[in-house]
Design a protein around this ligand. Structure first.
Ligand SMILES: CC(C)(COP(=O)(O)OP(=O)(O)OC[C@H]1O[C@@H](n2cnc3c(N)ncnc32)[C@H](O)[C@@H]1OP(=O)(O)O)[C@@H](O)C(=O)NCCC(=O)NCCS
Length: 169
């Protein structure tokens, strides 16, 4: 069965979670609109549809990447040329909306999506890569070279977060 994202516009299909091992995983650029379903399912299941649209989603410099198991979109990540508030260092790129469907976590999909966004930021002349990470995911980012900056803080309706960054060389 393939469920089409009627409420989220045309685009890739979302298949219910795979119950068999991945057929063939590929990371490909996708449109911002194609991220919305997984942003909803994995990251913001109880929030209004407008919260699934992030500032800069449609800017041409922004990058959106999808992980495909066959034709099914099973993971997403987005990256934006965006400085942190109050920080005017040049070359800052922000990672957002990183999500892998529950059933396929721990299979290396997140790592490949992160790598695609880092490559995108480097290709855009980035020198600093940052995100606000859920504390539950901060260990994933630490494993991949990012470090926590400052104290934990709470994002309403999402939970505890930390600011994380790494230099891009
Ligand atoms: C965080 C997330 C994107 C990671 O994706 P994933 O596909 O499960 O990660 P990978 O399989 O590529 O993991 C790569 C490595 O990081 C480790 N890792 C994965 N998630 C981790 C976590 N939350 N904490 C610590 N380590 C983690 C894996 O064990 C693996 O290590 P190994 O290579 O030694 O086995 C995924 O767990 C997810 O979607 N979580 C829910 C949504 C979320 O929190 N998104 C992040 C918002 S900031």
């Amino acid at each position: 069965m393939v469920l089409h994202r009627a409420a989220y516009g045309d685009g890739v299909a979302f298949e219910p979670p795979a119950t068999t091992p991945m057929k063939h995983l590929a990371i490909r650029p996708i449109e911002a609109a194609d991220t919305r379903w997984l942003r909803h399912v994995v990251l913001r299941p109880t929030q209004a549809p407008e919260t699934l649209i992030y500032p800069g989603d449609d800017d041409s410099a922004s990058g959106h990447y999808g992980a495909f198991d066959g034709e099914a979109l099973v993971g997403i990540a987005s990256v934006y040329p965006q400085p942190r508030e109050g920080d005017d260092r040049p070359g800052q790129w922000r990672l957002r909306g990183m999500a892998v469907i529950d059933e396929l976590r721990g299979s290396g999909i997140g790592e490949r999506l992160l790598s695609a966004t880092v490559d995108h930021a480097r290709g855009g002349g980035g020198s600093l890569f940052w995100c606000t990470a859920r504390t539950t995911a901060s260990g994933f980012y630490v494993r991949h070279g990012m470090r926590i900056v400052g104290d934990e803080f709470e994002l309403p309706r999402i939970g505890p977060h930390v600011l994380m960054e790494m230099p891009l060389s």
